[in-house]
Design a protein around this ligand. Structure first.
Ligand SMILES: [Cu+2]
Length: 207
């Protein structure tokens, strides 16, 4: 039942959003997928933006797509057994972000899949950030590349776990995203990046 609902949520109306998410989130600044590729992907996929423009259900802001943030989801910190991790600053962070602190919670099980919640403060007021599940611990290449369910699949949700983090006017954010599948122990860290400067990784939390 829950599985069915989760799958339904990824159905009609979100396909166009997924395409845009794929274009926007393609790079992660880890060297293997340079951030410049995001713009290239976006510019070579005019059909993605065209699809959004004609879809009545497409979100106005693709970063708010349900696959990258789900305000209706039960936050992971309210799910029994969730893993709690503390963010540590990375030396790749943009200037002015020396006071960022935050926590990530990861809950997962075979029936309900994965829930990721991130709360952070000290970000730029109104700044746009994104967190991903990464495949390496923070001590290895600042988290390395993205965790992927299928290593040969698309570098985008739902094959990866991305979480849009729009900071409020005080530089704080709290958001949750879900995925129908449990990530198991292959996801090693959560990394926060500035949108538009993904290689300037802000903070990392080991899982
Ligand atoms: Cu990332």
């Amino acid at each position: 039942m829950v599985h069915g609902l989760a799958r339904a949520r990824l159905g009609a109306g979100t396909v166009a959003g997924l395409l845009v998410v794929a274009a926007l989130a393609a790079g992660c600044g880890d060297g293997s997928s340079p951030e410049a590729s995001s713009a290239a992907v976006a510019s070579t996929r005019p059909s993605a933006s065209a699809a959004v423009a004609t879809s009545p259900t497409a979100p106005a802001d693709p970063s708010m797509s349900a696959v990258m943030s789900d305000p209706s989801a039960t936050p992971a910190d309210q799910i029994p057994g969730a893993q709690k991790s503390t963010f540590v600053l990375l030396n790749t962070r943009p200037a002015g972000l020396n006071g960022v602190t935050g926590t990530a919670w990861l809950a997962q099980n075979a029936t309900t899949g994965t829930t990721l919640t991130v709360a952070a403060t000290g970000l730029a007021p109104g700044g746009k950030y994104i967190a991903h599940l990464h495949a390496e611990p923070c001590s290895v290449k600042n988290g390395g590349g993205h965790f992927m369910f299928d290593p040969n699949g698309p570098a985008a949700p739902p094959n990866e776990v991305h979480l849009a983090l729009p900071a409020d006017s005080a530089g704080a954010v709290r958001a949750t995203v879900t995925n129908a599948r449990p990530v198991g122990d292959a996801a090693k860290s959560v990394v926060i990046h500035p949108v538009g400067a993904l290689d300037k990784r802000v903070a990392c939390a080991d899982l």
